[in-house]
Design a protein. Structure first.
Length: 382
């Protein structure tokens, strides 16, 4: 095992380097070599490989997961087009295996492990879609998965994870407790820790949704993507920049979890406040990591925020008009288009009327018992 002080030092170096050196370099090739050195150190010490994937990594991920992942449909809605003043193309990851795009990153990671590492299994600490996705990906490869979850996690989430065959390992309600239990499991079993977003293999996998979208709907002016820890947005940004450089990517997040908007505006990594964040979009509560901050700084035009009422309104509209079940996190980019904020950030109007916009509808795992529609006006009353 690497010395934990060395690993901490390498991680700190990667963090510092990512914060300072990855802010949109003025000229290609003008960035400092520090991240590369820090990264090499981190990799030697057992950190996940490569700071960020490139387009080739996303393409390889697409090939790797193709036999297992669904090629999700792209749907349209003339009502939503009219309300947003754009032609919208919805990439429906709610129909992905496990009900969210998360399967893409989890499957790419599990399938890219060498046989010996895979046999020791995988571990993660996400109680949401990533935990279930990793459980599913591990089951497909026939390797053990352990998912660390707080004892008080929603019953439906625990059921999803154990239903896919993973072992649930209890932890306390704090981040420190989760991290300690994960570290112990890695130490005891030699399993690979698969972070929900701070991992190049996961990011490459998440980028495959945008790759499919662009293959099916070329010449998009704008792609709007939800941002939590930033893995989906990072992969989307990398894929779009590689395949369709003139397409702008804009992120969307809840106003009460606006770390990405603040981080991009400040040019340095800023976290959400500690403690529970009062947003319906439970997949978007995480803060960016250095790795995802680096990718978003390079590839996103900006990140816009939406209110809770806007999220609920957008959720209701998609359910009512498109007849598809999406979860609140997936409604966030729709809310950012309904308010016009996403189009304004992308200066999409300058491309002419009715810009062509891709929207990643990221998942459909809604907890119906907890959903309260009363704050959302019916579509006809807006
Ligand atoms: C449905 C859904 N959308 C979006 C996200 C955000 O993804 P990321 O953390 O990669 O930004 C998540 C994360 O859990 C999610 O479950």
């Amino acid at each position: 095992m690497p010395d934990s002080r060395d690993l901490a030092a390498a991680e700190a170096a990667v963090r510092g380097a990512a914060e300072t050196a990855f802010r949109r370099p003025a000229e290609p090739g003008s960035e400092s070599s520090t991240p590369v050195l820090a990264l090499a150190a981190a990799e030697r010490l057992g950190a996940p490989p490569a700071l960020l994937p490139d387009l080739d990594d996303v393409r390889r991920a697409a090939e790797r997961i193709a036999p297992y992942a669904r090629r999700t449909p792209v749907l349209t809605s003339s009502t939503l087009d009219r309300l947003c003043g754009a032609r919208l193309f919805f990439k429906c990851e709610s129909f992905q295996k496990g009900g969210a795009f998360k399967f893409r990153g989890a499957a790419n990671t599990v399938l890219s492990l060498a046989a010996e590492a895979a046999a020791r299994g995988v571990v993660t600490h996400s109680s949401g879609n990533h935990g279930a996705a990793l459980a599913l990906a591990a089951a497909l490869r026939g390797v053990p998965a352990r998912v660390v979850m707080p004892r008080d996690a929603a019953r439906v989430k625990r059921a999803a994870v154990s239903g896919y065959g993973a072992e649930i390992v209890d932890c306390g309600p704090t981040a420190a407790s989760r991290a300690a239990v994960c570290a112990r499991l890695v130490e005891e079993t030699g399993a690979t820790l698969v972070h929900p977003y701070d991992d190049a293999r996961v990011i490459a996998g998440q980028g495959t949704a945008a790759l499919e979208l662009l293959a099916e709907v070329p010449a998009l002016d704008l792609v709007v993507v939800p941002v939590g820890g930033g893995g989906l947005a990072a992969g989307t940004g990398i894929a779009v920049a590689g395949v369709s450089p003139s397409t702008v990517v804009v992120g969307a997040e809840p106003a009460v979890a606006d770390d990405a908007a603040r981080s991009l505006a400040a040019g340095r990594l800023l976290a959400n406040p500690p403690g529970p964040l009062a947003t319906l979009a439970d997949g978007l509560r995480a803060s960016l990591a250095p790795r995802t901050f680096a990718a978003l700084s390079r590839h996103l035009e900006g990140v816009v925020t939406v209110s809770e009422a806007e999220i609920l309104g957008a959720l209701r509209l998609v359910w009512e008009r498109m007849k598809i079940v999406i979860e609140p996190s997936a409604a966030v980019p729709v809310a950012a288009l309904l308010s016009g904020a996403a189009q304004a950030t992308a200066a999409a109007g300058e491309r002419g009327p009715w810009p062509r916009v891709g929207v990643i509808l990221s998942g459909g795992n809604v907890d119906l018992d907890r959903l309260d529609w009363t704050a959302a006006a019916p579509a006809g009353e807006r």
